[in-house]
Design a protein around this ligand. Structure first.
Ligand code: NAP
Length: 549
């Protein structure tokens, strides 16, 4: 590390022997903003990332159709008016190449690249109790010492593959969708298999179907989805958006998910069935997550309300798929709408009307093995040239588990979190001093940049507080952490999503310990405003629950 000189003022002279005052792991949406704030303060800090370049999720996920489901303008960083005034999002929901370009633009505009180091995969992080410093060891043997570590490792950054017999013997090309080859792969005229029907698959299936000779989709469980209703943003639209930015960010701050969409506060049972239908017809045709987040709150809590709305969406699917038997197979029967993360789609259901697309139920006829020629299920063989595994991620804790993090007394973070994350405010972990997480597990993280800015804008003054008081070390109170976990658990109660087979509850059939029923409290369900209020109260109370030395 020594060869890289970073020209900032060392704000803390007695720490001059350390490589850095702060190391941020991850040069994605959160890490970029965090280094901006620390660079502005003149802190000797660096961002390290395992990838060859910045962007995190948007660097990795390059599959056809990849785009976010947040309105582009709510995905903007809000910290710079100049940035907001100069950036033109070209579509309501920006595609991956444009988002990556945006993150590069921000980094270059604020001259942040000089603080970033790539190809740095952290293998272990050990806390030295005597000196209160972290030593990070990289996979190439280099070591970095720092007083503080801040993680910006994302929530869905470790792809998970199935363990099918014979996967390595496949003679064609196969990869996880999150590792889509950087050299564009031409699928024209190819026979392609997609395993999975989550948000990733639902975006890529319509795109692949347009060019492939044959597309076979292996669906284990059908997934609810609703139209994205994307559209271009003209110059005049963008001018209006720029005028509205303050209003937009204020609305995001007020809403539970960090979007402009706010729940319909009329009671589900207080309006007539016709009025409910009127709302749903309107939302189905509108862009974005309105259909999920502007709906009646009872949809998330009340089986009967949820069933009525799910029936509505099922009818919409029936209206879009020509073959009634196929439509039924695309309608989830095991869970209601919105209790898993709802994928937004563009022509997903119509894709199944194409002659070159086949749906295989891998629940009824499970994938038995991968052969050199393709996929064998319990009752048929499918010869294919390409297999895309859109099989999900080791959500929230996966990126941490991939680093051997050792805190006080050599305690390993992966052991502490073996049965699910335990944090204080999704930001601290007791026994892991001087360690801070941006949008960690158990934070309110729906619209990612909104959660990331909240995190960074809280962590930065926290560090300033430490420095201004001459503190070298912080850790968290046992009771504060226990009470936070209790509160996080409480927030799952009464929500239908607590029974979901989804990464919201830590389910992942490809990971040991993540079986259905082994609940992991991954997210904070109390909503963004409540989470922000709690953060601010803790800060106002002299960082209640945190011990300083
Ligand atoms: P996912 O939602 O976890 O879906 C994984 C899919 O693979 C599921 O259909 C799952 O079936 C199937 N699967 C997994 N292992 C399997 C196996 N061994 N055999 C057969 N099928 C298997 O993953 P994802 O689609 O990558 O999405 C994850 C999250 O990333 C999303 O919820 C979203 O938050 C984010 N994302 C966002 C966007 C966006 O903003 N537009 C786009 C993509 C992803 P089961 O349902 O039966 O488990």
């Amino acid at each position: 590390m020594a060869e890289q000189t970073i020209e900032t003022t060392d704000i803390s002279n007695h720490d001059g022997h350390l490589d850095h005052q702060v190391v941020i792991i991850g040069a994605g949406v959160a890490g970029i903003y965090q280094i901006k704030r620390l660079a502005d303060l003149g802190v000797r800090a660096t961002v390290i990332d395992a990838n060859p370049d910045l962007g995190g999720t948007w660097y990795n996920n390059r599959y056809p159709g990849a785009r976010f489901d947040s309105e582009s303008y709510t995905y903007s960083y809000s910290f710079s008016k100049e940035l907001l005034d100069e950036w033109h999002w070209s579509e309501l929901f920006s595609p991956q190449p444009e988002t990556l370009k945006y993150l590069n633009h921000v980094t270059d505009k604020f001259e942040l690249r000089k603080y970033m180091q790539f190809g740095c995969r952290v293998e272990s992080m050990v806390f030295d109790e005597e000196d209160a410093i972290w030593t990070l060891r990289l996979d190439d043997g280099r070591e970095i010492t720092t007083r503080f570590v801040i993680t910006g490792v994302g929530v869905l950054s470790i792809p998970t593959l199935p363990n099918f017999e014979g996967m390595a013997d496949f003679s064609g090309v196969s990869f996880h969708a999150a590792n889509w080859p950087h050299e564009p792969i031409d699928l024209t005229g190819k026979r392609v298999a997609v395993v999975g029907t989550g948000a990733t698959a639902i975006q890529l299936i319509p795109e692949v179907a347009k060019v492939a000779a044959q597309l076979t989709v292996f669906q284990r469980r059908a997934n609810w989805a609703a139209p994205l209703n994307n559209a271009p943003i003209s110059d005049s639209d963008m001018a209006v958006i720029r005028e509205r930015y303050d209003e937009i960010f204020a609305a995001c701050e007020r809403s539970p998910g960090g979007f402009e969409h706010e729940p319909d506060r009329r009671g589900f049972y207080e309006v007539s069935p016709e009025q409910r239908l009127e709302l749903w017809d309107k939302l189905y045709d509108e862009p974005g997550f309105g259909i999920w987040l502007q709906n009646f709150t009872e949809i998330f809590m009340d089986e009967k309300a949820n069933a009525e709305f799910s029936d509505y969406i099922a009818d919409r699917i029936r209206g879009r798929v020509d073959d009634p038997e196929l439509a039924e197979r695309l309608i989830p029967k095991d869970h209601g709408f919105g209790i898993q993360r709802v994928p937004l789609e563009t022509g997903y259901f119509e894709t199944y009307n194409r002659d070159n697309v086949e749906l295989v139920d891998s629940a009824d006829t499970p994938i038995a093995r991968i052969t050199p020629e393709g996929i064998e299920t319990s009752d048929a063989s499918f010869e294919v040239d390409v297999i895309v595994y859109a099989t999900g991620f080791d959500a929230f804790t996966g990126a941490f588990d991939h680093i051997d993090v050792q805190g006080v007394g050599g305690t390993r973070l992966r052991d502490k979190w073996a049965e699910g994350p335990v944090t204080y405010l999704g930001t601290f972990v007791r026994g892991f001093p001087n360690f801070l997480m941006l949008v960690g597990p158990q934070t309110a993280a729906s619209n990612f940049p909104r959660g990331a800015e909240l995190s960074v804008d809280w962590v930065t003054p926290f560090l300033e507080h430490m420095w201004s008081h001459g503190h070298h070390r912080f850790d968290v109170d046992e009771t504060a952490e226990a009470e936070w976990l209790e509160h996080v658990q409480e927030m799952y109660k009464g929500l239908l999503l607590r029974n979901a087979k989804s990464w919201f509850t830590g389910y992942n059939s490809n990971l040991e310990g993540h079986e259905y029923g082994k609940m992991r409290y991954n997210i904070y369900n109390g909503g963004g405003p409540r989470f922000a209020k709690m953060l601010s109260e803790v800060a106002d109370n002299n960082y209640e629950g945190v011990h300083f030395q």
